[in-house]
Design a protein around this ligand. Sequence first.
Ligand SMILES: *Cc1c(COP(=O)(O)O)cnc(C)c1O
Length: 364
Amino acid sequence: MILRPLNDRGVIARWQQYLPVTDATPFVSLNEGSTPLIHSPKLSRRLGQDCEVYIKFEGLNPTGSFKDRGMTVALSKAVEAGAQAVICASTGNTSAAAAAYAARASITCAVLLPAGKIAFGKLAQAFMYGAKVIAIEGNFDDALRLVREIGETESIAIVNSINPHRLEGQKTASFEIIEDLGDAPDFHVLPVGNAGNISAYWMGYEEFHRLGKSTKLPAMIGFQAAGSAPIYHRRVIEQPETVASAIRIGNPASWEFANRALHTSGGVIDIVTDEEILAAQLWLASNEGIFVEPASAASIAGLFKSLDPKRHCERRLPPIPPGSRIVCTVTGHGLKDPDVARDQCGGVIPAPAEKDAILRLLGA
Ligand SMILES: *Cc1c(COP(=O)(O)O)cnc(C)c1O
């Protein structure tokens, strides 16, 4: 059965001529992509010099993160190839997206995890979408090794970051930005974990530039969490630590590819601390009304860091010329991580049940 959407929404339907799909490819889609590019007047003002900052809000994808862009292509190709199931090792947004698109395609989704380290909250989506969540006696590397072994021998498709179709789907975010702005931005800022997304954005920017759909290429600026910064430190981090779980990665799958993107684009990779990440998360929600998960706030934290004159001597960002256009990708929705949000919030304000008392509290 070939599934075709009723309209042109969804990453494959909108961008199929740039994707590895054929007439034989079913579209396994939840109308992902086409996320808003939101102008941020407050960030623009903070940057000054007629700079404009835009936020690509990827948390508004169907499962709440940009992983949906890649997963629609990965699942469509898996179904085309006759896979009966997909498998991944992930505790987070990858498993949520894999499970949702597998449900859509009516095939099995297996999520392999180390036993004993399973936080239910992070996996709530995978459970709800009907994935088989399997806890193995071993660590995360064992889970990944098993995923690879199973993917090589069985008709079960691997949908971890090593699946090249995922980057193909993810590159469409660059296409959308170029369409929305009429050209590529001057800088693109985003958080980096496995480094697939920064690589995919760069692929998209290069492709549209080659096709004459943009006149320039942005400098790619990536931010890792300070306790989880293998690319920045140029070595594998054995025990990566950060509150931003989606970028808690010690040995990125797309390391080489990301280095090429950083180098070719004239960009850099830098770090932000957990404190800076949480402050930026709260700032963005309370100043612009955009609630993102901690990993996503790394891009905003990075922008703030680059503006801080006290950090000038250690700052690694290339100078931002007047009139620059900057796009920050925020990768996942804030509701993904309610525990962190709860810790960020102040308590309730007690008051008597009297109108005047409440108005006094509001400063009215
Ligand atoms: C996966 C993910 C990242 C990291 O993306 P990479 O492609 O692994 O660099 C960042 N933020 C969120 C919310 C994610 O789900």
